[in-house]
Each structure stands twice: as C-alpha cells, then as structure tokens.
Design a protein around this ligand. Structure first.
Ligand SMILES: Cc1ncc(C[n+]2csc(CCOP(=O)(O)OP(=O)(O)O)c2C)c(N)n1
Length: 659
C-alpha cells in the first residue's frame, strides 16, 4: 500500500492515526463483550475503518454525515461521548434512542450525524434533502452519505443519485465496496465492473479510492468537499475495501475464499498506516503505547458508566407520547368574515398558497407541480409566486422525494410532498412507514412532512388510480391522517397539518375536487385535528364515516326522511375522535360505519371493535359496517358502481333500523 504524506503536517498525520485506531480498539473490546453475552449484536467494520475516519475528518463539524452499520469511526470522529454510545449499544436510557433502537440506528443533530434505518437504501435520499436545505439557505456545505455495494441494488440508490444529479445537490455518495452484501458476492449483485461506471449514467463525477488507505480517502474527500461547497453538485466515491469479519458476528465468513481473506489481511488499514508512520519516524512505539493506553482508558470509563446504568423503566405515557413531537394545536379562526365560493380543489390550493406565505421555510415537491401546475392544477401559478426553490418539480421517484422531505426537515425546513395519485404512494411506502413514522420515537427527530394524496374512486379510473389506502397508514403508529369531506375542512385541515411539526397523510378525494363548491373564508384559518364534525344530527342511527361517505350518507338521509340519522364526519382518521363517536352511539344506540375503502381490515373494523368493547351496553343492534367490495377497484362504470358501497347503503340502513 502506498501512502503519501505530502501536504500533511505531522500533527495531522498523528491525529488521523489516533482517529483510526479508536474504532478498532472499541471494536476489539466489543467483540470480547459479545462473547461474554454483554451486548446483543455487533456489525463489524474491522478492515474498513479508513473510510469512515477519512471521510468524517474531511468534513467540517457542522456538515451532516449519514453513516451506515459499519461506520463506527464516524461516531467516534464526531466525538459522541463514549458512555452514551455504549449505553446506546446496551439499550440504556442515556443512549441516543432510550433503548428503543439498537446499535447504530440513531442520529444526533448536535453532532450532525443522521443514522440509518435497517432498510439501508432510504438513507441516501435523506442526504439529498439535507443538502437541498443547505443550498436553499445559500450555505456552502457538503453532505456525505455512505452506502454499501449490496445496498446499491436497491431502487433507493438510483432515486437518490438521480435526484441529486438533477438538482445539483452537494452530496458525496461514498460507496463502500467490500465485495459482498452479507454472503452475496458482487458478481451476483450486479454486472458492471466498478461504480465508476455509474457516474456517467447519472451525469455525476465518480472517483475511486483505495478505501484502506486513510490518507488517500481523506485527501480525496477533502478535495471533493471543497469543490462541491463552492460548486454544488453530487459526486460518487467508490472506496474499495474488505470486511474482515462476518456480516454480523453470528454469521461468520465461511463463504469467503481463504486467499481473498489473506490478500486483504495484508492490506489492513490500521497496521499499514502505523507501519508507514513508524518508518517515516512520525510515530514511535512509545507514542503508540501512549495513545492506545489513553483510548483504552476512555473506553473503560465509558463502559463503566454505561454498565452502571439500569435498563430503562417502562413508562406507558412516554412510550406513546414520544411517537410525536410535543405539539399543542391552537385553532386559528379566519381574521375576517370575508368569504368566497371555492371548489374543493380551490380550497386546497388556497390553503397551500397561504401556508407558503406563512412559512418561508415551506417547500412543496411533486411531479409536474411546477410550470404545469400539477395534474389537478392545485399548484397552478405557484411557480411564479414562490419560485423554483420552493415549488419543486421532481423526477418520478416517490421514495427519494419523501426521503428528501425528511432531510429538509432535519435541516430546518417544512415539506409538503404531492403524490400525483394516492395509488403511487406505494413507491414511497418505506420512507413513510419506516422513516417518517418512526423517527421521533427512535431518536426525537420530528418529521415535518405532509404527504398530499388525491384518492378515491367513482371516476372510472381503474385499479391504479382509484384506491383508498388510508388503512395502510392507519395501522402505522407515528402518523397523523386527515381526510376532509368539504372545502372548508380541506383548507383548514391542510393548514393545520402543515403547522404541526409531525408527519401527516392528507387525503383529498378527487371526485370532490370539482363537484363541490362552498363559500369559505378567504383568510388563513385552521381546523381542529382529531375532532369529528356532525353535519347532520339525529336520534335513530349514527353513521360514522368520512370523505365521500359523508355525501352518500347525507343524500340517503334526505331520501329516508322517516329515519333520523346522525352523521359523524371523522375528518381526522388518526387520531380519530372517540368522544364524539361515543356520545352519538350512546344517544342513538345503533351505529353503521361507512367507508369507501374495502371492508376487511379497513378503518371501520377498528372503530367497530372499539364501539363493541366500550359501548356494548348502549347498543340495541350489532355494530354494522358497510364498505367497498374486497376486490381491486374496477374500471368500467357498471362494475365500479357495484364495487362501491353506495348502492347497498339504503338496504343496510333499513336493516339496521328494523333490527
Ligand atoms: C431492504 C433490506 N433488505 C435486506 C436487509 C438485510 N441486510 C442487512 S445488511 C445486508 C447486506 C448489505 O450489504 P452492503 O450494502 O454491501 O453493506 P455491507 O454489509 O457489506 O457493509 C443485508 C442483505 C436489509 N437490512 N434491508
């Protein structure tokens, strides 16, 4: 291995040496503790330390770095207190996740470190968002994210690189190419020769470094960071290396040919650098002993503190409240009484526009939302008013954009992300349910992202442009869900969702966009989240519904004047208003839950279970449900009409009434 110390002062060389041996010494200790059963799992980075250490030392301390599972050197380089780091590994309260997540799965904004989720690939889009925030602030900062050669097969890899390229984001994508993804060798992972080939495909510069050579890694990344701070653009760094231990300690390395192991053993990043410094008289055996002694003492002190701590006590309140950033909504009434007629679609547009005026830090992203104004024209004219920085046309990549939304939020912004159709949220599902929904619970980072979704059927658009998919998110702790049924609520709930620093799924029924007009306030206002409305009061039957269901129920109530129906419009699905539902059921003693979504496992199932459990003595009939058929949404009118519950609604109400 060839080192060149040209350009480095002696103290810099020694500093890098100390930084390089720190993760190695910690790991050696961890492996002992693992064998003693004192920690549960360990993902070794032995053999790869020069990449983490070289990278983190090349960045400014306030530049974000996004490590993966083998980047211990990033955490030590950013000087996280060792007692807290070890407490994190042991699931203790003073760790970074209060015992809620393991190993390196955490971030700390204080240290400008954003850790991974297990799913690997989604990490990269967060770097895009963080870098975007820096460019919007006109701050000359680089962001660096790691990924592995295995994770590069994930679609998220492609999406994140592509967005970074199209938006000229100053991100250094470091690909640690260690030849294996768990046990799968590179040739079973991809067909290209090197990640250098990926650069031109994305229009990105790509460079290759010897990942075991600390000076080469450090020098290269220092230079690239300097360049991209001045001239924002992404760059790929392929760092060639090898993982000397198993994927995690239990999995071993049997699948690695012996000669390969021997070849890379000779290239050990720590030993080689040490020898180089000794040969060049920068380092002496005494100094090595001194450094190692100091670091080992720090490790022991950190461990002692971590071991002295008990496991966290279970606290039901904080387990649940920590899902979200603490936030108490203040409902804002309109400043004046002026109103004008607005269609549902205009109400959403109006709310979004006024929120953009209210929050300079709000960025809206989506496909075709710029010059074109969005496929439903909700953002028409926004580009001229708010500019290209804040109204961002995106490539076709839901996952990267939702991830970028989270990255924006980590770095001080608010994001609204438009799905062209709610159906396409499937492509961003992982970012929503695993990143947005879990991040506050895991490490106290809020996700100030609203995902807007044109939803619902009745427009002859078939299985992939008509779905109701609120139940997927309803089941996921950590998300708030709103689903307005009229223009007033559409504007007020959108504003409320944007105000709240927590993640929202905002459903807007596209069949209501242009079919419903109402005089609503011109001023900015918000609607209470978590509070149902009662558009019709009655005594005989409670109909609990939302979205299009409200209109079906209202029409039926008009027709069946002899039955006194009370309609509850939930408006917020998560958290749903148990109090209002409860009071209504206590009054009418009969309840039908109606939704457009399919029946099995729908939101109605949860509401029905809750009513049965809590209001059994108040019921004069079994809790009834009506919903769409449990099939995909069909295209042709005659089929779609019968798929939806509306045709069966009258019979169901009569049946319940007569029970
Ligand atoms: C989406 C997803 N699929 C599978 C896994 C299981 N898994 C964890 S790490 C890993 C291999 C990753 O390989 P690579 O990206 O090259 O990183 P390395 O472990 O070699 O550092 C696999 C398959 C996972 N964590 N996430």
């Amino acid at each position: 291995m060839r080192f060149s110390k040209t350009g480095y002062k002696e103290e810099e060389l020694l500093h890098l040496y100390k930084e390089l041996i720190t993760p190695r010494l910690i790991e050696e200790k961890m492996l002992i503790l693992l064998r003693q059963g004192k920690i549960s799992k360990w993902f070794s980075g032995i053999g790869q330390e020069a990449i983490s250490v070289g990278a983190v030392q090349a960045l400014e301390k306030d530049e974000y770095i996004l490590p993966m599972h083998r980047n211990l050197g990033v955490f030590t380089g950013r000087k996280l207190p060792l007692n807290r780091l070890f407490a994190q590994f042991q699931g203790k309260l003073s760790g970074f996740t209060k015992g809620r997540d393991r190993s390196f799965h955490f971030g700390t904004k204080e240290h400008h470190v954003v850790g991974m989720i297990s799913h690997l690939g989604p990490q990269m889009a967060l770097a895009d968002g963080i870098a975007l925030a820096n460019t919007l602030k006109r701050e000359q900062k680089a962001t660096l994210v790691f990924t592995g050669d295995g994770a590069s097969s994930e679609g998220d890899f492609h999406e994140a690189l592509n967005v970074a390229a199209v938006w000229d984001l100053p991100v250094i994508f470091v690909i640690e190419n260690n030849g294996y993804g768990l046990s799968t060798p590179s040739h079973e992972q991809f067909r290209f020769n090197s990640f250098l080939d990926k650069g031109p495909a994305y229009g990105i510069e790509a460079v290759q470094v010897d990942g075991n050579n600390i000076l080469e890694v450090h020098r290269t990344i220092t230079k690239l960071a300097k360049e991209i701070r001045k001239n924002p653009k992404p760059v790929i760094v392929e760092a060639l290396t090898f993982r000397m231990r198993g994927h995690e300690e239990a999995s071993g390395t049997k699948y690695v040919p012996k000669e390969l192991m021997e070849h890379w053993a000779k290239k050990d990043p720590v030993e080689n650098y040490e020898q180089y410094l000794l040969k060049n008289k920068v380092l002496t055996p005494d100094r090595i002993a001194q450094y190692k002694g100091e670091i080992k003492a720090e490790i022991e002190a950190g461990l002692e503190a971590a071991y002295a701590e008990e496991l966290p006590e279970f606290n039901l309140d904080t387990e649940v409240t920590d899902l979200f950033e603490a936030y108490q909504q203040t409902v804002i009434p309109p400043a004046t009484e002026t109103k004008s007629d607005k269609r549902f679609v205009d109400a959403i547009s109006d709310g979004l526009k006024q929120s953009l005026e209210k929050y300079d830090q709000l960025v809206v992203m989506g496909q075709d939302i710029g010059d074109y104004g969005g496929v439903f024209k909700i953002t028409e004219g926004f580009l001229e008013k708010f500019g290209r920085d804040r109204i961002r046309n995106t490539p076709l990549c839901e996952s990267a954009i939702i991830g970028a939304g989270l990255g924006l939020c980590i770095n001080g912004y608010k994001a609204v992300v438009e799905m062209q159709f709610a159906d396409f949220v499937t492509c961003g599902f992982n970012q929503i349910v695993n990143n947005l929904a879990k991040i506050h619970y895991r490490w106290d980072q809020n996700a100030d992202v609203v995902v807007r979704m044109p939803t619902g059927a009745g427009v002859g658009a078939g299985p992939f442009h008509s779905q109701s998919n609120e139940a997927w998110f309803f089941h996921t702790p950590g998300l708030k869900i709103v689903y307005p049924s009229n223009p007033y609520d559409a504007k007020g709930l959108l504003n409320a969702a944007i105000e709240d620093p927590n993640p929202y799924m905002y459903f807007e029924h596209k069949a209501l966009y242009r079919s419903l007009t109402e005089a609503i306030p011109d001023d900015y206002y918000t609607v209470e989240v978590g509070k149902a409305a009662i558009p019709l009061t009655g005594d005989d039957i409670s109909v609990v519904t939302y979205g299009m269901g409200v209109h079906w129920a209202k029409a039926l109530a008009e027709e069946l004047k002899e039955i006194s129906m009370e309609i509850i419009d939930l408006r917020t699905l998560s958290p749903w208003d148990q109090e209002t539902v409860g009071e209504s059921v206590k009054k009418t003693n009969k309840v039908l839950i109606l939704h457009e979504d399919t029946l099995i496992g729908g939101i109605g199932a949860e509401i029905a279970a809750w009513i049965s459990e809590h209001l059994f003595e108040h019921l004069d009939a079994p809790v009834a449900r009506i919903a769409s058929l449990d099939t995909p949404v069909p295209f042709t009118k005659t089929l779609e009409e019968n798929f939806l519950p509306v045709k069966r609604l009258k019979d169901k109400i009569l049946e319940l009434h007569d029970y």
